[in-house]
Design a protein around this ligand. Structure first.
Ligand SMILES: NC(=O)c1ccc[n+]([C@@H]2O[C@H](COP(=O)([O-])OP(=O)(O)OC[C@H]3O[C@@H](n4cnc5c(N)ncnc54)[C@H](O)[C@@H]3O)[C@@H](O)[C@H]2O)c1
Ligand SMILES: O=C1N[C@](c2ccsc2)(c2cccc(Nc3ccc(F)cc3)n2)CC(O)=C1Sc1ccccc1Cl
Length: 335
């Protein structure tokens, strides 16, 4: 207070708005892209970074702190000690082992399960009321693992799921239909199911400017066949591999998509996002606890509910097939 003098008869400060805190676990390509986007969008009062590599972690923290003059005021700190995450409203987990070329999916999951056994329990202990947002891959299985290890209710354990798939899908669809992605964005262009190679495009739910996409294509005399729509879906997968082949990792799109989820959660936006949620009991998915992406309403309490979208029989069957595949993998895990 040495630098400021109170004005005459000034009233005591009113109670400030609730302090919000996000912790990002994993200060790699994805974690730092998410951190940077959260800072530029002024989403929180405090940002904590955790990683297993202390020097890399300190370097990333200092580099972000040095941008303070250009950013909204946010407390940025970092540690290898999970106590730094205490009192978080949201913990975003991007830590994970990278898939070794040729490595089996199950082996990668086993390695990431071992990491999650070190990461999730301290997060839950230091922030027992937080929301967990899992980004690490394979995200659907690791979201289930985080749910089991944390002991949290399922509405507070969310996977980024097909949120990134859907944003790529909307970009490609807008490009193909020669419309602005925001128009497609405003409509319900979702991909659902298992994140990655086998996500399902909900064509029946897509409209552009309020017009169902299938009749939009007919009106625009854009010749389309089933395979044209499937080709756009395949482009979502191919674009992920193209980015990896060109730059070796992906960061900006997942950074913006995860920060967009953080905004909906912490600002209680009650917006609908395709994210990985406990899907058991929906669309005939049974046989065990499984997380899959569905259009879910997100607010301050986490998942508020799943949108009751009409699925074609084929779409619902794809979801059940994905659930069966994931349950088979989960049956081999010792959590
Ligand atoms: N869900 C999606 O749409 C999506 C998109 C892109 C990437 N990803 C996934 O995000 C994950 C991270 O990708 P990346 O490119 O940032 O990888 P990266 O290797 O750059 O970063 C991972 C970080 O995790 C850290 N780490 C490892 N073990 C840790 C532990 N026990 N505690 C704390 N930190 C630990 C590493 O030190 C590293 O800095 C990968 O699993 C990737 O597949 C998911
Ligand atoms: O944009 C990405 N990049 C990754 C990536 C980032 C750093 S190294 C690999 C990617 C890119 C391409 C393939 C792929 N496959 C994969 C599958 C299961 C895993 F456990 C890990 C990776 N992963 C991780 C990932 O999930 C994505 S989104 C993505 C991936 C495949 C198909 C469609 C989409 Cl929308």
């Amino acid at each position: 207070r040495a630098f400021f003098k109170p004005i005459l008869n000034s009233a005591p400060p009113s109670p400030t708005k609730r302090h919000t805190k996000i912790s990002v676990i994993g200060a790699g390509n994805v974690g730092m892209a998410i951190a940077q986007t959260i800072l530029t969008q002024d989403l929180v009062d405090e940002l904590a970074l955790v990683d297993a590599k202390p020097e890399k972690l300190r370097g990333e923290m200092l580099d972000l702190q040095h941008a303070a003059a250009f950013l909204p005021r946010t407390k940025i700190h970092a540690s290898v000690d999970y106590s730094i995450t205490a009192g978080s409203d949201l913990c975003i987990v991007t830590a994970g082992a990278r898939q070794i070329p040729g490595e089996s999916r199950l082996n990668l999951i086993q390695r990431n399960l071992a990491l999650f056994k070190l990461i999730i329990p301290p997060l839950a202990r230091y922030s027992p009321d937080c929301i967990l947002l899992i980004v690490s891959n394979p995200v659907d299985v690791l979201t289930y693992v985080a749910w089991k290890l944390s002991g949290f209710p399922p509405n507070r354990v969310i996977g980024s799921g097909t949120n990134l798939d859907s944003s790529r899908f909307r970009f490609l669809l807008a490009d193909h239909l020669d419309v602005n992605a925001q128009d497609v964005q405003a409509s319900l262009a979702y991909m659902v199911g298992e994140h990655g190679d086998s996500s399902v495009a909900l064509w029946s739910s897509i409209s552009v400017g309020g017009v169902p996409v299938l009749s939009f294509l007919e009106r625009q005399k854009i010749a389309y066949e089933k395979e044209t729509l499937e080709n756009i879906r395949k482009e979502v997968v191919e674009s992920a591999y193209e980015v990896i082949n060109l730059k070796g990792y992906t960061s900006w799109a997942i950074g913006y998509s995860a920060a967009n989820l953080a905004r909906s959660l912490l600002r209680d936006q009650r917006k609908i996002h395709p994210v990985s949620v406990l899907a058991t009991g929906l669309y005939g998915i049974d046989g065990g606890d499984v997380f899959l992406s569905l259009p879910a309403q997100l607010g301050r309490s986490g998942v508020m509910g799943v949108a009751n979208v009409e699925l074609t029989d084929w779409e619902a069957q794809q979801l059940r097939n994905a659930a069966a595949t994931i349950l088979e993998v989960q049956s081999q895990l010792e959590i």
